[in-house]
Design a protein around this ligand. Structure first.
Ligand code: MG
Length: 328
């Protein structure tokens, strides 16, 4: 596929890495010793979201043993963060109803983290019981999207997060906070960068270790990425900021490069380009991990991930996801 020309795309100067990637919200003594930290000496941290964000948006149900084999294969590729599953209501997301079995079944590497999505205390309790040591929380940059996605306003999502964070702190759980529709909303259209940043700052202020600005419906452009980041990086340490793009007409890599240009070093992607957005019909799939790895490699940036091994992992799913079969 022909990719758009990313004319501005050059990685910016890299800050001193140990400091850049230091988690500043929690003292080391408070961290759970057995919760491993990914290798932060890499140039770029690739966050694999295929098993959760990808599979929850695929129509076909994948057998649990196949998911476990897929995640184990992703681990073998060296991916430092693998968003593994979701402890939302199995009625709401039947594709991930086997979250506990998956968490218990995978072979975890000390080099990787395995965050799971939790919507509320009940989800967190199920996740903890299944051995989760890292979680992801979701809010939105707009009330309209929050309401459609999780049935409450942005403020309402933070009300839910309060008790979740209290328990997470007790268990020294690593927490990623997502701000959805950070570059545009299907209900409101454009979103003010200041509004996005206020949500992101609030996520950090309640104790999130990392905040991810998500282009949930694939409308970001390099220009909107730069606008949001210019606002965000005044207040948010770049080491705690991640970007999540969907690949509308091959635009995701240009957006990644706009992020690199501003110093961001954490990017989400889904093996095989799995996923979309269930409440935004026609939303394109997530940026494909293999494409991201190719581009980062071409830019001379290290990720510690074996691209061939990611391809092998995707092949395991091909019998169950027609799109992957066609691409193979
Ligand atoms: Mg996504």
């Amino acid at each position: 596929m022909i990719q758009p020309d990313c004319t501005r795309a050059r990685p910016g100067p890299q800050p001193d890495r140990p400091d850049e990637f230091r988690t500043v919200r929690r003292a080391p003594s408070q961290r759970k010793a057995e919760t491993p930290a990914p290798n932060r000496s890499l140039d770029v941290v690739v966050v694999e979201v295929g098993p959760r964000d990808g599979l929850q948006n695929e129509i076909n149900l994948i057998p649990t043993p196949v998911k476990i084999e897929f995640i184990n294969a992703l681990t073998a590729s060296g991916l430092p963060l693998i968003e593994t599953t979701s402890f939302v209501s199995p009625r709401a997301v039947p594709q991930l109803a086997d979250a506990a079995e998956v968490m218990r079944g995978i072979a975890r590497s000390p080099q990787s983290r395995y965050p799971v999505l939790v919507p509320n205390v009940r989800g967190l309790e199920r996740a903890l019981k299944a051995g989760a040591e890292a979680i992801a929380l979701f809010t939105s940059a707009t009330d309209e999207f929050a309401s459609a996605n999780v049935g409450t306003s942005v403020a309402g999502t933070f009300d839910r997060f309060g008790p979740v964070m209290a328990i997470a702190r007790e268990h020294s759980i690593w927490v990623r906070g997502y701000a959805s529709v950070a570059f545009g909303c299907p209900y409101t259209g454009s979103v003010e960068p200041r509004t996005v940043v206020a949500v992101a700052e609030r996520l950090l202020s309640i104790g999130c270790d990392e905040v991810c600005l998500a282009d949930t419906t694939g409308v970001a452009t390099p220009q909107s990425v730069r606008h949001v980041l210019d606002e965000a990086l005044r207040d948010i340490p770049v080491a705690q900021l991640a970007l999540h793009f969907h690949d509308t007409a091959g635009s995701a890599l240009c957006n990644v490069e706009a992020g690199l240009d501003r110093g961001v070093r954490i990017f989400d992607a889904a093996a095989g380009g799995l996923g979309g957005c269930p409440i935004a019909p026609g939303a394109p799939g997530n940026l494909r991990t293999e494409l991201l790895l190719n581009r980062l490699d071409a830019l001379g940036l290290t990720t510690g991930v074996d691209r061939e091994a990611v391809t092998d992992a995707v092949a395991l799913l091909a019998p169950y996801v027609p799109r992957l079969r066609e691409a193979a």
